[in-house]
Every structure is written in C-alpha cells, then in structure tokens.
Ligand binder design. Structure first.
Ligand code: URA
Length: 209
C-alpha cells in the first residue's frame, strides 16, 4: 500500500488556511498555491538519493553531496495542476514537465483523456503527478493509468487537499504510488466537492466560474 504523507510544516499549514479562506482573491490565491507547492516540493524530494563528490573550498578539499542524477518529471493534470507547477519548478528547475488533460464524460462521469504530452525519456524519470484536489480520485487514477500505459513505473502523487475517499481509491488502484498532501479533509459532498476544502481550485486559480 502506498503511503500517505501529510506535509504538516507550519508554513504550509499557515498558508493553506489563507488558501482555503473564501475572501482570498485570485491573485493572492495563486501566489499562495505557488508558495505551498515550493514548500511541498521540499518535502516530496526529501528521499531523493545523494552522491558524494570532491569539492575544493577556498580552505580545503572536502566530500560534498549532490543529487545522484535521478531525474524527475512533473506531471500537472490540466488545468488546476498548472497552478502548482511553477512553485515546484523553482525548487526542481531541472525537472521536465509532461501534461495530462482529462475531462469528465457527462454521461458516464468517467474521466476521459483528451491531451497527453510527455517528455521523451519519461520512463526513466521519477514522476510527480500534481493536482491541487484529490476528491473522488477518478482523475488521479486515470492520469496514473496514462503514465503506466506508457511504461512509467516510479510515480508519486502531490495534492494540496485530499478527501479520504480519493486517497482510498488511489491506494486501491495504484498501491505503489505514495501520496503527499498538505491536508486530509473530512469528506466529499454530494457534488464531489471536498469538505471543508477550498472550493473549485481551477476557478479560484484562474478567476473563472
Ligand atoms: N475539485 C476541486 O477543485 N475542488 C473540490 O473540492 C473537488 C474537486
């Protein structure tokens, strides 16, 4: 079973409260999501392996640590996932970015893939699928399906807020995928919104309704 990691750093929790606040305007919402994404990038890369290299300081030679060349890929789910992308790239500038676009079929209510563009070396990369809200888990599961069908094996999921229903669904469908969230909320309402959540992440990021 994949692990669920709650990124409970005080700065993340502080900013998340303002993100949730209905009075927060689009500009501030976008900036706060960007900042939390950077802080979460720090948490999600905590276990990235290091290797030792020799470095000459002005005083002496020493063994320094650098990232051991394991390459990362960021996979925002369109459109709300884009809101967390730049914040992550600030900390992981060498990551490549793939996009997965999904819409919900109004009749079957199932996610349908309408756009996928992935780095050519995607199967060699450790991937982080990004979406602010993990609600039913339908889009997350479908996006991970898309990546696995193309041969990707190392996949993590990152969300601002998750509902227990979504976490369970992803863990059942993809037990090899660890999930990183800033908060695990109470439940889904009858319309599939996370309670208490933050409303519609895409609309709040882009000022749409
Ligand atoms: N997507 C959102 O943007 N918000 C929710 O609460 C659930 C899904």
């Amino acid at each position: 079973m994949g692990k669920l990691v709650i990124c409970d750093h005080p700065l993340i929790q502080h900013k998340l409260t303002f993100i949730r606040d209905v009075r927060t305007n689009t500009k501030d919402f976008r900036e706060l999501v960007d900042e939390v994404a950077s802080l979460m990038a720090y948490e999600i890369t905590r276990e990235v392996p290091l290797e030792t290299v020799k470095v000459q300081t002005p005083v002496a030679e020493m063994d320094g640590k650098v990232l051991a060349g394991r390459m990362l890929g960021l996979i925002p789910i369109l459109r709300a996932g884009l809101g967390m992308l730049d914040g992550m790239l600030k900390l992981i500038p060498a990551a490549k970015v793939g996009h997965v676009g999904l819409f919900r079929d109004p009749e079957t209510l199932q996610p349908v893939e309408y756009y996928t563009k992935l780095p050519t070396d995607v199967t060699e990369r450790e991937l982080i699928v990004i979406d602010p809200m993990l609600a039913t888990g339908g889009s997350a599961i479908a996006a991970i399906d898309v990546l696995k069908k193309r041969g990707c094996t190392q996949i993590k999921m990152m969300n601002l807020i998750a509902a227990p229903e979504g976490v369970r669904a992803v863990q059942e469908a993809h037990p090899d995928v660890d999930i990183y969230v800033a908060a695990l909320d109470e439940k889904l309402d009858d319309h599939g919104y996370i309670v208490p959540g933050l409303g519609d992440a895409g609309d709040r990021l882009y000022g749409t309704k």
